[in-house]
Design a protein around this ligand. Structure first.
Ligand code: ZN
Length: 213
């Protein structure tokens, strides 16, 4: 009888834990265990200079960071970078102008398409004073993978530190034009607030770490 009760208790506790983990799965939990505000691994694959995706116009001031999603489910960073590069073969028309400074891939690989001292064609009226980051995503809903998310937070924190940008100056493409980009973080404002707060916490924790060292 006692052993039967013990079994029931164990099963009950296991069930509780299972339910608990189910619930937290919906919220992207950032793993702060290996924070480092030093430059993340970035693969520089600069676009060919051309009127449609890398005009070579100087980016003289950086007042913010604009976050996007590729709107191309399942495609990876290099494929999107090559798509931007292929714009060089098209006529000099507004419809062909598209690019981004960075693209974060599904596995967290960061590809840089444009140097930080040149403008990208990503964020309309804010191209002239922001750095743009496109993120790949596996599904139509635009939610980033955990690896993409981790790499994005590191990259954003690194850029905030480098250019003295407050995390609240990180905006969505949506905040510039009303375009539903990055989709998941427009549809889920709580996830967006969490993302910005994760960059803020990352910066504060790394600052503390640097001081302690
Ligand atoms: Zn966008």
């Amino acid at each position: 009888m006692v052993s039967l009760l013990a079994i029931l208790l164990v099963v009950g506790i296991a069930h509780l834990f299972r339910d608990g983990s189910k619930e937290t799965k919906e919220v992207m939990a950032y793993d702060f265990s290996s924070i480092n505000v030093a430059k993340p691994a970035i693969s520089e694959m600069f676009l060919t200079k051309n009127v449609n995706s890398r005009p070579g116009t100087a980016l003289n001031r950086i007042n913010g960071i604009v976050i996007h999603y590729t709107a191309n489910p399942g495609t990876d960073a290099e494929a999107n970078r090559n798509y931007f590069d292929s714009r060089k073969d098209f006529p000099d028309e507004a419809g062909y102008k598209v690019s981004s400074h960075f693209i974060v891939g599904l596995d967290g690989t960061i590809v840089q398409c444009i140097p930080e001292n040149e403008i990208a064609y990503a964020s309309n009226d804010r191209n002239s004073d922001t750095i743009s980051i496109e993120c790949c995503h596996p599904k139509k809903n635009g939610k980033y993978t955990k690896k993409t998310y981790q790499a994005l937070i590191h990259l954003a924190a690194y850029l905030c530190d480098k250019y003295e940008i407050e995390p609240e100056k990180i905006i969505r493409h949506y905040d510039v034009t009303g375009k539903i980009c990055p989709r998941y973080y427009v549809k889920h404002p709580d996830a967006w607030e969490k993302l910005k707060s994760d960059v803020d916490v990352y910066l504060k924790k790394s600052l503390k770490k640097t001081k302690a060292e």
